[in-house]
Structures are given as structure tokens and as C-alpha cells.
Write a protein that binds this ligand. Structure first.
Ligand SMILES: [Zn+2]
Length: 317
């Protein structure tokens, strides 16, 4: 082999190695550390980035926003293997190809231990309208939907503020649903829709201060785990604002109407009665979530939850 040929081969080898190294030294998503850092006390929400293949590279902080948390005794021995993906009936045009609670398992479970189901999984497609966010699946740090708009429906307050916003598709469906309700003599109003991670942090910390963390977790989401942060969920009441986001909303004609008709517009009652062991939340007849018509109608017809739809493990606590 000629000297020139050797040099050429060596050159190619160097490039190939360089390319390989560049490819595999993980571009970890840095998200928005600066934003999370500003709000509230002790909210160290920087859970380790989830897509890093090398487990050893990632520390595993306990992502609880509150320092006093006792380790939970629950044993999630069988980790849900990421994506409860391919469900039949996901063919709706809007459903993303890889349906959504597709999640990446954090590499460092085990030593942060305690089997805490929270913070184990990060929704891989937070922008999918079928994303599943619950006590187990969280949104990426600092996630904010890019297409938030103000739906043209009445709210129980008049300010044009954050909690009036929803993602565009959900907002359009909400407008149609409110119009449909009106035709039936039911006058709905929005109570609270989009909520940023920062707002959720403040809210959650206030609840913890008032009721203690264990109780707070039964009715309020840990930041990053709130469905309101997706821009696809909204709390609804009657236009008089009575029983807004309170259990006495159950059994009102507005609640009955929602239970009967929300799915026609692509919404589900996200935390149905008797499903707390699965959703992790007590019955909330006012909290509806946009998932698109196909999935909403299937879920309503079967009387199941989004977790069951995806065959995800129950969120027991
Ligand atoms: Zn809600």
C-alpha cells in the first residue's frame, strides 16, 4: 500500500472516530433551569434529563419540591416499560404516530429508590394532544405549549390572564362545546385552564403549607405533573361560578351535561368517580381534558380512564 493510501485511510479513521464520539456523547436537554429556580422555596425540580442513555452520568435527586417528604413505601416492582404505545383506535388524524404516554424511563431509578412512582417517567411527546400526565408521568422541566390562545368563552373572572388560555385545538373544541351546552340551556363558564409550572409550584407550596404534603398531593399536582400545564385541561363550572372546582359541582345540571356530552367535543372527565386508585385523584366532575373525539368517545363509552386506555399502571397514591 502506498504511503498516500495509508494517510488517506488514517484520515478517514480519525473522522469516523470523531463522528462516533460526537454522536454518543449525549446532548442532554438542558430545559429551563433558570426559570424553575426563581419560584418558591425549595422547588428543586431539576429531575435528571430523561433521554440520557448513560445512567452513570446522571445524579438522581429526589424531585419532590418539598424537603420533608418521607420515602414512600410503595413498591412499583414492575416498572411500566415506557410506552404503552400502540392502542387500537388511535387512528385519529390528530393522534400522534407514537401515541403518547410514550415515555422515557429515567435511568437512575433504584438508588433514589423508594419506588416513588412520581418523577420516574417523562412524557416523550408533551405536545401530543394525547399526552398522559399524571402522578407518574411528568412534563419535561419548564414545558410550555407553543400554541396557547384565549378561547372565546365566558370565564368566572374577566381578566385576560394565564389561566384563561388553552392550546389552540382544545380552545376551538371548548368553544364548540360551550355553544352546544347553551343550545341545551346549560350555561358553562371556565374556571381555570392553562397553568404554568411556576404557578403550579406556588399553588402546590401553598397547599402544602396549609394541609401538609400528603394531603395536598391528593388534590393538587406536584409541579410538572399537572395536566393544566399541558394547556389541554380546564376546570369548568356553571356560569354563576357556584361550586367552582368544588365537589358540590357534582350532580349539578352542568356536571351532568358535561358527563353526557363532553366526549362529543373531544373532552373526557379526567378524574371520574370511583377511579381514584387509578388516576390518583379524587372525583373531579369539573376537570375536563381534551384528547380528541376518537379517544374521548372510546373512553366515555367504555367508562374508563386515560390510564386504563393506555394500559398504564394505576397511580395508586
Ligand atoms: Zn383541574
Amino acid at each position: 500500500m502506498s504511503r498516500t493510501a495509508k494517510i488517506v485511510i488514517l484520515f478517514i479513521a480519525v473522522i469516523a472516530v470523531g463522528w462516533g464520539v460526537g454522536k454518543y456523547t449525549a446532548p442532554s436537554p438542558s430545559a429551563s433551569i433558570e426559570e424553575g429556580a426563581s419560584a418558591g422555596a425549595g422547588n428543586d425540580l431539576q429531575a435528571p434529563p430523561s433521554e440520557v442513555p448513560d445512567a452513570s452520568a446522571v445524579p438522581s435527586p429526589e424531585p419532590s419540591p418539598v424537603a420533608t417528604e418521607a420515602p414512600e413505601a410503595s413498591n412499583t416492582g414492575s416498572e411500566p416499560t415506557a410506552a404503552p404505545a400502540d392502542k387500537p383506535g388511535n387512528s385519529g388524524a390528530e393522534a400522534s404516530r407514537e401515541p403518547s404516554p410514550a415515555a422515557t424511563v429515567k435511568p437512575s431509578d433504584g438508588d433514589s429508590g423508594t419506588g416513588d412512582p412520581e418523577a420516574e417517567l417523562t412524557a416523550a411527546e408533551p405536545d401530543s394532544i394525547t399526552v398522559m400526565v399524571n402522578k407518574q408521568y411528568q412534563l419535561p422541566d419548564g414545558y410550555k405549549p407553543a400554541d396557547l390562545v384565549y378561547p372565546d368563552v365566558p370565564f368566572i373572572f374577566s381578566e385576560k390572564i394565564e389561566k384563561r388560555m388553552m392550546r389552540k385545538t382544545a380552545a376551538g373544541a371548548l368553544e364548540q362545546m360551550f355553544a352546544g351546552a347553551k343550545k341545551d340551556g346549560v350555561y358553562l363558564a371556565g374556571v381555570s385552564a392553562y397553568r404554568s409550572e411556576k404557578t403550579q409550584t406556588t399553588l402546590f407550596n401553598n397547599y402544602v403549607a396549609r394541609d401538609g404534603e400528603e394531603k395536598a398531593r391528593t388534590y393538587s399536582a406536584v409541579p410538572g405533573h399537572s395536566e393544566h400545564q399541558t394547556g389541554l385541561a380546564i376546570d369548568v363550572s356553571g356560569s354563576d361560578g357556584k361550586c367552582a372546582a368544588e365537589s358540590c359541582f357534582g350532580g349539578t345540571k352542568e356536571a351532568d351535561w358535561l358527563a353526557a356530552h363532553a366526549a362529543e367535543y373531544g373532552f373526557i372527565i379526567r378524574y371520574p368517580e370511583g377511579k381514584q386508585g387509578i388516576t390518583g385523584y379524587m372525583y373531579e366532575p369539573w376537570h375536563i381534558r381534551y384528547v380528541g373525539k376518537d379517544i374521548a368517545e372510546e373512553i366515555a363509552a367504555k367508562g374508563i380512564t386515560l390510564e386504563e386506555y393506555y394500559d398504564a399502571v394505576p397511580v395508586s397514591k
